[in-house]
Design a protein around this ligand. Sequence first.
Ligand code: GUN
Length: 310
Amino acid sequence: MADIIKNSDHRARLIDGKAGAAAVDAAAKSAAEALAVPLGRAAALAVVLVGDDPASQVYVRNKIRRTEAASMTSIEHRLPADTTREALLALVDQLNRDDGVDGILVQLPLPDHLDATEIVEAIDPAKDVDGLTAKSAGALVQGSKGLRPCTPSGCVWLARQALGDLTGKSVVVIGRSILVGKPAALLFLEANCTVTLAHSRTADLPAVCAEADILVPAVGRPEMVRGHWIKPGATIIDVGINRIDAGDGKSRLVGDVHFGEAVKIADFITPVPGGVGPMTIAMLLANTCVAAAARAGLETPKILQALEIA
Ligand code: GUN
């Protein structure tokens, strides 16, 4: 495995999400190849993209490339932005019934006229590789078996690469979204952390953040978390990916954390880009193998168990 933890010129070491994702992709590939024997086919991930949101297009292209590179079948459904609720529900139903499909992902956000909650809820929980249905969310709350959301799983996995066992760590997650903040809080709780879920109405957010051994901002506000908010020696798992004006007509990507300040104070930090971002698809591939195995009545492939992904 390539080194995931890398030295920098400052105090903090970098947690390399590209290297982490490559390691998880490789494990998913081994798992998929092992599963292909009893399944008699490759595990298959179906992606549904409605409309032409540019960020979603890039994301879906990457998903397809990495699914195929991991020896799995990628199935794409690209629908126009004016797709009706009925047509989309009919497609989800068709994918639910298709025995050759192990995972279904409906790319978010959906166009405004579609109710994302209703569409996601139509996905068979056994194929819910995004971990977003009420059944998957309920299993996470209960601590029972189920598919876990990908980006939050990636956050916990990266934190473990830096720190090992997370038991007893204080974690502050900022942001209470269904996609990241809420499930991240529950996953860190599952890892025996003491978790605070902070949000836009939290009183004295800098003081709350200063208590965190592990700080996980997921709000989409460029460089909101400043150096003096960070406890010396903390681990920063920055979920934010924000495009800002870099002057001279160019733009650049920054996280929710002011990296230049944080890197002098934290012990470990994820860069943006190349931190949490690449982990989402890696966990999606791992989840697709977990779903394929479970649907066939097989045990989760050992290599994924060993990586503590599932
Ligand atoms: N859009 C951005 N991230 C995600 C994700 O993890 N899952 C889905 N379905 N859509 C997304």
